[in-house]
Design a protein around this ligand. Structure first.
Ligand SMILES: [Zn+2]
Ligand SMILES: [Zn+2]
Length: 275
């Protein structure tokens, strides 16, 4: 279904993004959908606190490392530095796809700890895709900031302890790591922008138009029920090649063959919840 839309559905700006089929008789999608309301109510003060700490730590470390990268900049390994940056962005895009695919396709909101904290937002996003545009900066970026704290802290520690000669040699590797960390951290912000149709800063629209970050039309392909393709949400560069390779489909067949679990069963359950 989504594969057909890949060819023509994304051309249409007014294309209907609601989940199809289930949910007739109640709100079929959006904030009034019963499942969406239930999922939104599971956002707790403890979770909010975790997000605040993660954002504060992550952005402090990012600024610290940026200053040290600038201070140590040299043109000795220019090509390696450029390759490192592109490689970091590609890795972040792939990681966004893998995590998004994993959370969309497997597991359930009922799982202890991870269910409510990490799977809930993915379920909410499919039945209320615009909820993300109402989330503030902390809720949008908290989880991704938490992921990058440890690698950023390790880099900061290295800048404080390595000699200038040692830093010179690992510099392209650090550029890779830093680009990876920046794009992983900003993935959900980029994803939020891809759902925002009014009031975006001009620079963001320009970056979307140049496909340096996830463009709005491109991401609409994922939001067609049953949400089975175009999982990469950082730049989206890998979506087309992975779709052509049948990457996600093959991985799902393999996992279903081994475990017997049906892909997207929990996602479908939430989409059908109307009371
Ligand atoms: Zn999704
Ligand atoms: Zn989305």
């Amino acid at each position: 279904m989504a594969r057909m839309l890949e060819q023509n559905g994304c051309e249409d700006e007014t294309q209907d993004l609601e989940p199809q089929g289930p949910g007739r008789g109640g709100a079929r999608w959006g904030p009034q959908h019963a499942g969406a309301r239930e999922l939104a109510n599971l956002y707790s003060p403890g979770k909010r606190c975790q997000e605040w700490i993660s954002v504060a730590l992550c952005f402090s470390l990012m600024a610290f490392n940026f200053i040290h990268l600038l201070a140590n900049f040299h043109t000795g390994y220019l090509w390696q530095i450029l390759l490192g940056i592109v490689g970091g962005i590609l890795t972040a895009d792939f990681a966004s796809g893998l995590v998004h695919w994993g959370a969309d396709t497997w597991g359930s909101v009922d799982l202890p700890i991870v269910g409510k904290a990490f799977i809930r937002p993915f379920r909410e996003h499919h039945i209320d895709p615009t909820a993300i545009t109402r989330h503030d900066f902390i809720e949008t970026n908290g989880d991704n900031c938490m992921i990058t704290i440890i690698p950023l802290a390790h880099m900061a520690f290295s800048f404080l302890t390595l000699s200038p000669a040692e830093i010179y040699h690992v510099y392209p590797w650090y550029c890779y790591l830093y680009a990876l960390a920046i794009f992983v951290t900003l993935t959900n912000q980029i994803h939020k922008w891809s759902h925002t149709y009014f009031g975006l800063p001009r620079l963001v629209v320009l970056l979307q138009d140049l496909h340096i970050i996830l463009p709005r039309k491109h991401h609409r392909i994922h939001h067609v029920s049953p949400h089975e393709t175009y999982f990469c949400i950082t730049t989206g560069w890998l979506n087309y090649p992975l779709e052509k390779l049948g990457f996600w489909r093959n991985l799902e067949d393999l996992i279903q063959g081994v475990t017997g679990e049906k892909p997207r069963s929990d996602d479908l359950k939430w989409a059908q919840k109307v009371k």
